[in-house]
Design a binder for this molecule. Structure first.
Ligand SMILES: Nc1ncnc2c1ncn2[C@@H]1O[C@H](COP(=O)(O)OP(=O)(O)O)[C@@H](O)[C@H]1O
Ligand SMILES: [Mg+2]
Length: 239
């Protein structure tokens, strides 16, 4: 089971929107997607109540631990899980990031949003797990967006090349228990979510990078090179 946690210390930046939009895009991509709603505000659980399609499977955390909730989702056949997290709740952010294979930090493009990225980026750095940043509620091709991208380079994390634009179609879709790809298929907003999903997959499973050549020690004889066990390397270094 692949697990992607959706994180931000700030409320209202679009964590829940990104979690449900990516879950629906994962379904479109043929994955058995589920959402673990770990926010007591239960935004996704409420969206699920308004929703007619039975997928994605949605589980509210309730009194479970994140580990138990993930086991329950695995037991129901979930293959890909998004964890939606609450703002301001550092312990849950930590636990969700730790339980996940990878994390996405969501931020708006303005200074008040960007200054909240640092603490979450520190958690990610401490865990050493794959992560990336998604800009949401952006106005396309604005100076604010370019400045935000420049500011985000500080964190040394990949930033999604597609920023999600602020469009009223997103809340309209939510009101109907849908995502934009379902309410307005073929729209620019739907294409943005599809592009964010394609990029998020590269964070979950980093692609082969042909510019990185595998390191190899020319002092090791060919017969030894074919069996590069760590213990042999250590003993050579110790000698
Ligand atoms: N790209 C967007 N365009 C328009 N409205 C958005 C967008 N992203 C989020 N929203 C709206 O902003 C509000 C907060 O989003 P939400 O996903 O609940 O944030 P969070 O989970 O980070 O608190 C919701 O009403 C949501 O529909
Ligand atoms: Mg939320």
């Amino acid at each position: 089971m692949q697990i992607l946690s959706i994180l931000a210390r700030k409320g209202g930046v679009g964590k829940s929107l990104v979690a449900r939009s990516l879950a629906v895009q994962a379904l479109i991509d043929g994955r058995k997607a589920a959402i673990l709603d770990a926010d007591p505000q239960a935004t996704i659980v409420s969206w699920g109540r308004r929703r007619q399609p039975s997928a994605p499977f949605i589980l509210g955390l309730g009194n479970r631990t994140i580990r138990d909730a993930l086991s329950e989702i695995a037991g129901r056949g979930g293959e890909f899980v998004l964890i939606d997290t609450p703002p301001h709740a550092q312990p849950i952010i930590n636990i969700a990031a730790e339980a996940a294979n990878a994390s996405l930090i969501i931020t708006g493009p303005f200074p008040e949003d960007l200054e909240q990225v640092g603490p979450v980026a520190s958690i990610i750095a401490a865990l050493g797990k794959p992560a990336g940043i998604v800009l949401n509620k952006a106005a396309p091709k604005t100076t604010a967006l370019s400045l935000a991208r420049a500011a985000l380079t500080t964190f040394n994390l990949p930033v999604c090349p597609t920023a999600i634009a602020q469009l009223v179609g997103h809340p309209y879709a939510s009101a109907e228990g849908l995502c934009i790809q379902e309410r307005e298929p073929g729209s620019k907003a739907a294409a943005e979510i599809a592009a964010v999903w394609d990029w998020a997959k590269t964070i979950l499973t980093p692609p082969y990078d042909p510019t990185i050549t595998p390191s190899y020690d020319p002092t090791i004889t060919p017969s030894r090179r074919s069996i590069p066990t760590p213990s042999r390397r250590r003993s050579r270094q110790a000698a």
